[in-house]
Design a binder for this molecule. Structure first.
Ligand SMILES: [Zn+2]
Length: 122
């Protein structure tokens, strides 16, 4: 189960209904518009992944933030696979494990650089 990315929290189009938000799947980018509150998990229509609503109060994010979240989800997924591959007696080829580790490092470096360049709240 991964966290959903919430984007563009806004009033309902008819002006009266509940606030809505776009829910983006971090894995496949399928997007769907739902009520901002009142749900905790939805199933992605694109890839079937269970998407968990981020904690209450988390603001809907910008395009840049959404990309940043997506990159982290992919990095963490790759790292999980890497850790599984490199467990003793996993039987997996070391060459692939070290290549995978290289991609994870590159992504982590990019994420770190991105974080360093973000405006600080103080
Ligand atoms: Zn999906």
């Amino acid at each position: 189960m991964t966290n959903a990315i919430l984007k563009y929290r806004r009033p309902h189009a008819d002006g009266y209904g509940p606030e809505v938000v776009d829910v983006v799947c971090a894995a496949c980018s399928e997007t769907r518009t739902v009520a901002y509150s009142g749900w905790s998990t939805i199933v992605c229509g694109g890839c079937g992944q269970e998407l968990h609503r981020p904690d209450q109060g988390l603001p809907a994010v910008s395009d840049g933030d959404a990309l940043s979240i997506k990159v982290r989800v992919i990095r963490d997924g790759m790292k999980g696979d890497h850790d599984a591959m490199t467990e003793p007696n996993s039987g997996e080829d070391d060459v692939y494990a070290s290549r995978l580790n290289m991609w994870i490092r590159l992504l982590s470096d990019a994420i770190e650089k991105y974080d360093e360049n973000q405006p600080k709240p103080f």
